[in-house]
Design a protein around this ligand. Structure first.
Ligand SMILES: [Zn+2]
Ligand SMILES: [Zn+2]
Length: 359
């Protein structure tokens, strides 16, 4: 079948919307008609940086849509089902899946070619590739959602919302009354903020360089804001937490300097959580004696440490019952052929989240 897809032919060049061929769904796969796909900073990371995903790539990993057809042996979903696409593998059988750590699944990615442009195979990012009209997806990654859940807001749950809420609820397990600092208030950072509010954190300190983002953080539950361009964020967080440091700090940028700041701004015995995607070559220096003496925890967080079948329906339910904000996250909607403008707007800090919508 011919479809339109935004292709990254070479790093650091604009995406090009092309007519590409999509295969029939292989056994175990479903073909999903994509109706909305959020634009995430990590898509931009694959454009700009050297990563394990080599162009030509079809980016997009924050997608939702409707199942169009299914391959052999698929029983999880049927044509017509409305779904959120969870990325990564979820084999259900490996060392990690058996321990409920589906986000760490060790199964290999798809072995079939799903997308072609002429003779050239295209790799869908994270086995999703949702900047396209259709995507073939391992059916185990599809989470059905109720009819009343709007698909553009559902798409946000495929990455940003799940990563942000999961970081607080699943990775760190923030308790009521805790103090929380959040470094980097993009689409994911805002969800860390609202996750902390949901968890009952007493103090939620948002840290960013852009005042407009800090204002938005307040609307999502931040009690204090720090502009790191005007004030040392570590000193500010210490001042705002009685001199001790925060119980929890979340780094949502993916940079060694801010990871170190997150470590420095938690109190003794506190927990610093790395949520941002750094370069593969980056390393972080932590004072070794302090790590031992302070009893701090520095922990990584991939995909909010969630079990998608359990947690994604919960996050949908939180939205449907007005317990989390998603409408306010979507600042702009773009057509697929405006994809480069969507990246520009995100990079310029003009949007909380941009969403590519189809039809
Ligand atoms: Zn993402
Ligand atoms: Zn697995």
């Amino acid at each position: 079948m011919k479809i339109k897809a935004a292709v990254l032919w070479e790093r650091r060049t604009p995406l090009r919307v092309e007519d590409v061929d999509i295969a029939d769904p292989a056994p175990g796969e479903a073909r999903v008609k994509i109706l909305a796909s959020g634009v995430c900073h990590s898509d931009l990371h694959h454009i700009r940086r050297e990563t394990a995903f080599v162009p030509p790539l079809v980016l997009g990993h924050e997608g939702a849509g409707v199942v169009e057809s299914v391959g052999e042996g698929v029983t999880r979903v049927r044509p017509g089902d409305r779904v959120i696409i969870a990325f990564g593998q979820k084999c259900g059988e490996c060392y990690f899946c058996l321990r409920g750590q589906h986000h760490l699944c060790a199964a290999p990615g798809p072995s079939t070619v799903r997308l072609r442009h002429g003779d050239q195979a295209l790799t869908p990012l994270l086995a999703v590739g949702s900047f396209a009209e259709y995507a073939n997806i391992d059916a185990r990654n599809l989470v059905p959602i109720p009819d009343e859940m709007p698909l553009d807001r559902a798409a946000l749950i495929a990455c940003g919302v799940t990563t942000g809420l999961g970081a607080v609820i699943k990775t760190a397990r923030v308790e009521p009354g805790a103090s929380v600092a959040v470094i980097g208030i993009g689409g994911v950072g805002l969800n860390v903020v609202q996750g902390a509010a949901l968890a009952g954190a007493a103090r939620i300190i948002a840290v960013d360089l852009v005042d407009r983002k800090l204002e938005l953080a307040r609307a999502f539950g931040a009690t204090h804001t720090v502009n790191a361009g005007r004030e040392d964020p570590v000193a500010a967080v210490q001042r705002l937490t009685g001199g001790w440091g925060a119980d929890y700090a979340f780094e949502v940028i993916g940079h060694p300097a801010t990871i170190r700041q997150a470590y420095d701004m938690v109190r003794k015995g506190g927990t610093a959580v790395v949520v941002g995607l750094a370069d593969v070559a980056d390393e972080v220096a932590i004072p070794a004696a302090d790590l031992m003496r302070s009893g701090k925890t520095l922990v990584g967080c991939f995909y909010g440490s969630v079990s998608p079948y359990v947690d994604i329906p919960r996050y949908v339910d939180l939205y449907l019952n007005q317990r989390i904000k998603l409408d306010e996250l979507i600042s702009r909607r773009f057509a697929l052929d405006e994809i480069n403008e969507a990246f520009r707007a995100m990079d310029a800090g003009e949007v909380a989240r941009g969403v590519v919508v189809f039809e």
